[in-house]
Ligand binder design. Sequence first.
Ligand SMILES: C[S@@+](CC[C@H](N)C(=O)[O-])C[C@H]1O[C@@H](n2cnc3c(N)ncnc32)[C@H](O)[C@@H]1O
Length: 479
Amino acid sequence: MDYLPIFLDLRDRTCLLVGGSETAARKAELLLRAGARVEVAAPELHECFKRLPYAEHLSRVADVFSDELLEGKDAVIVVEEDVAAAKLVADAARVRHIPVNVADKPALCSFILPSIIDRSPIMVAVSSGGESPVLARMLRARLETLIPAAYGRLSSLASRYKTRVREAIKPEQRRAFWEKVFLSPVAEMVFSGRDVEAEAELNAMIKDSAANEITRGEVYLVGAGPGNPDLLTFRALRLMQQADVIVYDRLVSQPILDMCRRDAERVYVGKERDDHAVPQEEINLMLVRLAKEGKRTLRLKGGDPFIFGRGGEEIEILVEHGVSFQVVPGITAAAGVSSYAGIPLTHRDYAQSVTFVTGHLKDNTFNLNWEGIARQDQTIVIYMGLKGLPMLCEALIKHGLTAETPAAIIQHGTLPTQRVITGDLNTLPSLAEEAGLKAPTLIIVGNVVKLREKLGWYQPELHSEQAHRTPLETPDHLR
Ligand SMILES: C[S@@+](CC[C@H](N)C(=O)[O-])C[C@H]1O[C@@H](n2cnc3c(N)ncnc32)[C@H](O)[C@@H]1O
């Protein structure tokens, strides 16, 4: 994050504007709308200044800038073509620790002005950190269409009822209550101008909620996909943003965690390098306890919760304890990673079936039905197979596949750190070792791997700074 977005209270504060052009008038308008008094230093003012709202709070105090003008100012905006002149003002403001913005000269700014969607009191600010104002403005335009103009009125309604809700509804139930209100017909009534009806409905909801004091928690068992946040489902995202507690694994990437509700409690149950994972039984009971405390508990897992994710075990316990739950499927690694590697798992010419297996070694052996797996017309996808790769390839050859059967191993599929190594059952173990791959990795065996050369479309910039970070780190038992 290059900038910290903050909202400045400039009501009845005095700001200095250096410049009298049309652009300067637009900056003056922003300051005036925020309730500030504006003093302008400029030889003359563009005629737009005459049409500004709250113009009575604006005065031209000097022809040119001088240090004394900074006295008592809470912010400074400079609209000045000449870099040296602009720098003079910016430096003087910085010395006095007064926030300063210089139009079109980000290097001289201590704050930048975002694109704004004004639904006062709701404000949405969009910024590209000065790098691409056009992109920020386009994004703003899209958001404008998504946020009805009446959002401000909805917020004012909520504000008027804050005290009543506080008196009628217990603190731990308030957040859920307001979420229910904003998703209810009350919001639609306000948006369509039926404010009286909306108030009556809101009153009824307060009465109902006050009478029905028992809140029941719920568990959301959610698949977060293979790591790339773009591959989350809408439902996953909605639940991520409303859960009170997030219980997550090591495979859930940081960008995905960043999309969860900011103030939600986070419980990490994955395995640290030198530490032990929280045992499965403990996780199961933790989910039951949290839900019984009335919390909306998000159990967030990599990929799909029902594919090598132990999701089934977790909800079995919930059923036994009468805890309500919902399951949100995620894109499993086989689907997400193969797509991003350009390897279709089935293809009329190469594979008529696909099988998902775990390559996790137990007591140095695999517990797999090799006859069912090692077939020419089938694609084999192996999860958790990095450590056992040489033994896996050997076993597949022993059970009937040729040593020349194409095979690929993909590190960090769907992410900027994705790497794809292709070879065959004979060569893949040594190629993977040479490449020094890091888990999580997925192995794909079968003739479909040949298509990668033609269909590989996702080529993340391997030499970028980002590619050298490790967004997913996997404990030994998943390698
Ligand atoms: C315990 S399993 C969980 C699988 C998960 N439930 C799913 O549906 O993808 C973990 C294994 O999934 C595979 N995996 C998950 N994310 C991956 C990714 N982004 N790239 C490559 N393999 C991945 C790796 O084989 C890893 O060892």
